[in-house]
Design a protein around this ligand. Structure first.
Ligand SMILES: Cc1cc2nc3c(=O)[nH]c(=O)nc-3n(C[C@H](O)[C@H](O)[C@H](O)COP(=O)(O)OP(=O)(O)OC[C@H]3O[C@@H](n4cnc5c(N)ncnc54)[C@H](O)[C@@H]3O)c2cc1C
Length: 358
């Protein structure tokens, strides 16, 4: 059996490696000349990453020990936690190397164009190449050409993230988040790489450059790299398979609507697809545990979308109890089902926000 995987990001590298280990003949196609570039990612991950992959110092840039949340009026709340900032170029390269070690054949500068009758068409410069497949996997990111070719992309919506790495003086282990009018419908962030560099950005459904310029004024400093990219909005149980064509990661839209984080959930979806193919089970059904968590993120996001600045002030106040902070510090964001009910017990006033859902 052969499998063609399109997209050498974390989700593609993971599914390619797992299928090669199962004995598939796997080829991995990447449209760029290099793995991991260009980057459009802040690279913040919780320790849940290491439930899926071995921890390797080679891709970790910084360790974070607290998040400082700024309310719209500038009040602050600091929550201790232990998270990681990774270098996407190094991380993606590390993941693809592991896939190659498992027998995956990598093709750079191969852009997937379309699939028809179990044949996938790629462009390699001026050359057109056709490859037959038993299985085709789209791990080709938010605007997945594989999803489009299979008719699985319609109706998708996106946030647009805009970010710069800036020089300055930063607390090296504290990451900052800003809520309210500075980033309507999402939030702005500053994630330090160390004490002299920070990844400063904002995401929004529209006018993101206006909000980025506002943030930029606040932070100043020389920009050493600029990045922007789409973040899919998870919108429920959409199709992730058509016959022998499957989607994982951003291509499948499996991203947390609260934070826009999709590295871990993408790798999780790849693990689930590998299990479905190994055991001959239904991929969509096996995705349920992941979808349950993403559904909770969607509900939290829908609640936050209706927040006024006053609501954010109240939220920050309620979150400042020691019990709430301990819960938020302990449970990785990937699994809201494990901590949401605990938060409601620790701070019953959170229930008043749930009314925003109706
Ligand atoms: C500004 C910003 C900040 C973010 N910050 C975070 C964060 O801090 N933490 C987090 O967890 N997530 C973050 N994300 C989201 C995260 O980047 C994605 O969820 C993650 O990269 C998804 O991995 P993937 O492998 O599914 O897709 P991708 O990483 O997008 O990889 C897809 C690959 O497919 C290739 N490709 C695309 N089209 C084709 C084609 N036609 N043919 C061949 N190859 C193709 C691309 O070049 C790419 O290499 C952020 C996103 C943005 C935009």
């Amino acid at each position: 059996m052969n499998a063609l995987v399109v997209g050498a990001g974390p989700s593609g590298a993971q599914i390619a490696r797992l299928l090669a280990k199962q004995g598939y003949d796997v080829e991995l196609f990447e449209e760029h000349v290099q793995v991991g570039r260009p980057i459009a990612c802040t690279g913040i991950v919780t320790r849940a990453l290491f439930e899926f992959l071995p921890k390797d110092e080679s891709y970790i840039v910084n360790e974070l020990r607290a998040v400082r949340i700024f309310s719209p009026s500038g009040k602050t709340l600091e929550i201790p936690m232990h998270e990681y900032v990774i270098c996407r170029e190094k991380f993606d390269t590390w993941m693809v190397r592991r896939a190659q070690d498992a027998g995956v054949k990598l093709h750079l500068r191969h852009k997937f164009v379309e699939a028809k009758d179990n044949k996938a068409k790629f462009k390699n410069g001026e050359r057109s190449i056709e490859k037959e497949f038993d299985i085709l996997i789209g791990a080709d990111g938010p605007f997945s050409a594989v999803a489009r070719s299979a008719g699985l992309l319609e109706g998708r919506q996106y946030y647009i993230g805009s970010q710069a790495t800036v020089k300055g003086e930063f607390e090296p282990n504290v990451f900052l988040t800003f809520f309210g009018k500075c980033a309507p419908g999402f939030f702005a962030w500053a994630v330090p790489e160390g004490k002299n560099l920070s990844r400063v950005g904002v995401a929004s459904k529209k006018h993101v450059h206006v909000f980025f310029d506002m943030l930029r004024e606040q932070f100043g400093g020389e920009i050493i790299e600029r990045q922007a990219g789409p973040i899919p909005i998870y919108d429920g149980a959409r199709s992730v398979q058509k016959g022998n064509i499957y989607l994982v990661g951003d291509a499948a839209g499996v991203v947390k609507n609260t934070t826009g984080g999709g590295i871990i959930t993408g790798i999780w979806s790849a693990n689930i697809l590998a299990m479905a193919l190994e055991k001959g089970k239904n991929y969509s059904k096996l995705l349920r545990p992941l979808r349950k968590e993403l559904w909770l993120h969607k509900k939290i996001r829908e609640t936050l979308d209706k927040f006024s600045d006053d609501d954010y002030e109240r939220l920050v106040r309620y979150m400042s109890s020691e019990r709430v902070k301990r819960i938020l510090a302990y449970y990785p964001r990937e699994y809201p089902s494990r901590f949401l009910w605990r938060l409601f017990i620790a701070e019953p006033r959170f229930v008043t926000f749930a009314r925003r859902l109706w």
